[in-house]
Design a protein around this ligand. Structure first.
Ligand code: PLP
Length: 443
């Protein structure tokens, strides 16, 4: 398994992260357990901030909290000078509870409810990324009623889609998100926004995809947004102060994933902005980005205890762990690939190829197909790497399995930042109405 950040194999042959032996972490916190390498998170934030500083452009780097949103994470990214992208009242509430400065919070989403909009306005957030005309009018109405002015970016679809090594230039983008540039709805959105008494249009937002390993898609998106900005300036006399280019910067999950360095993505974007916007406006726009996965993805490791196995001679050996699709739904959802190491015997030679199964009642609850490991037995510890993003945040209680705890490790210290759910938590919101409780048993 590739060792990310501060991960290493220590002299006892155990995986160590942030100076903490995972065998000790199991004894202290139990399994399954999400382990987050705090130093690596901080390093990634710094890489973004420093790369933008080097560009000379004004910027904000907003951590896309959907990747992993808990109070301690909000605190860490805040300390590293990041802004924050939230998509729901829950993420907003988490940020506010963590004391995240509201002015650096950006609110996304294609269906913000009136309650969410009110909550965000009352908190004094920095910007709404408006997705559609219905939201635009709702936001104006609520802002008017409260007599406040709110900053707005319009989410546009530039007709570029990118995933890993591919990007495509699409015509009219078929997406549930945003105003399409190609069919004129983005232009109309700008025009309508400019007429709203309580909305301040800062500029536009574009997010082209996820797990992107190349810069061409971002460069093309910048070009398309710049061409759009030119049309808006000519037609409406409006100049964009801010251009947000979203997230999607790729990370290494497994062999064959070839992400660029953060500085390479940022340089490609900022150079493209300088090239394409210099023709349009004397002052270059402030550039915002929203990395999620590339801030926390490779900083996360999930530690499991091995339980049963099933060997089907000539077919495969299944090894089951004490978690699965409830703590990591990505393999089942997206056929995502992961690497793993036998964390308590990491120096031993790989002896067998096994497949790692979760404990849920779903045949599709598989974490890894075909991984080479030393001969695995019950009680061994299995560490799956690169689970920091879209794991805890997508976790569920399917089969009423308790969500694991999350521990931050750094310099030999390990601190729980989310407690493992208790059985009481599992039934905590359940109610049995008297009408049902009292009902006589019918035969
Ligand atoms: N911004 C927007 C609008 C998104 O939809 C997403 C992910 O879906 C992100 C940022 C974060 O993307 P990533 O975690 O791939 O960097």
């Amino acid at each position: 398994m590739f060792l990310h950040g501060t991960s290493k194999i220590n002299d006892s042959g155990h995986l160590e992260i942030g100076g903490c032996d995972v065998v000790d972490l199991k004894a202290k916190f139990g399994t399954p357990l999400y382990i987050v390498d705090e130093q690596l998170v901080r390093q990634r934030c710094k890489e973004y901030v420093e790369a933008f500083q080097a560009s000379g452009l004004k910027f904000q780097v907003a951590y896309a909290s959907k990747a992993f949103c808990v109070m301690a994470m909000c605190t860490v990214v805040e300390q590293e000078g990041m802004s924050l992208d939230v998509v729901s009242e829950g993420e907003l509430y988490t940020a506010i509870q963590a004391g995240f400065p509201a002015a650096r919070i950006h609110f996304h989403g294609n269906n913000k409810t009136p309650d969410e909009i009110e909550m965000a306005i009352d908190a004094g957030i920095g910007c709404f990324v408006v997705d559609n005309l219905v939201e635009l009018h709702l936001l104006q109405a609520i802002a008017l009623e409260k007599n406040v002015h709110v900053n707005v970016l319009l989410r546009v679809t530039p007709g570029v889609e990118a995933h890993t090594h591919e990007y495509i230039s699409t015509g009219q983008t078929d997406s549930k998100f945003g105003f399409d540039i190609g069919n004129g709805s983005a232009y109309e959105g700008v025009e309508v926004t400019s007429k709203q008494s309580h909305l301040e249009l800062l500029g536009v937002h574009s997010h082209i995809g996820s797990q992107i390993f190349e810069v061409e898609g971002f460069q093309l998106a910048v070009q398309k947004v710049a061409e759009f900005a030119q049309g808006v300036k000519t037609g409406l006399g409006i100049v964009f102060k801010v251009v947000n280019l979203g997230g999607g910067f790729g990370i290494r999950y497994v062999d064959g994933d070839t992400p660029l360095k953060v500085s390479q993505y940022v340089k490609a974007i900022t150079d493209a902005v300088k090239e394409h916007f210099a023709k349009i406006q004397s002052e270059l726009p402030e550039i915002w980005v929203e990395p999620g996965r590339s801030i926390v993805g490779d900083a996360g490791t999930t530690l499991y205890t091995v339980g049963t196995n099933k060997n089907i001679p000539g077919v495969r050996k299944y090894v089951a762990v004490d978690g699965g699709m409830t703590d990591n739904p990505r393999p089942a959802l997206y056929q995502s690939h992961y690497e793993a190491v036998l964390a308590n015997r990491a120096l031993e030679e790989a002896q067998e190829t096994v497949s790692i199964a979760g404990k849920c009642c779903e045949s599709g609850d598989m974490l890894i197909w075909d991984v080479k490991l030393p001969e695995v037995t019950s009680g061994d510890l299995l560490a799956v790497a690169c689970t920091g993003a879209y794991n805890y945040s997508m976790a569920s209680n399917y089969n009423r399995i308790r969500r694991p705890g999350v521990v931050f490790v750094k310099d030999g210290q390990s601190d729980l930042v989310v407690k493992r759910e208790s059985l009481q938590d599992i039934v905590g919101n359940d109610l049995v109405p008297e009408r049902i409780a009292k009902q006589a048993v019918t035969k």
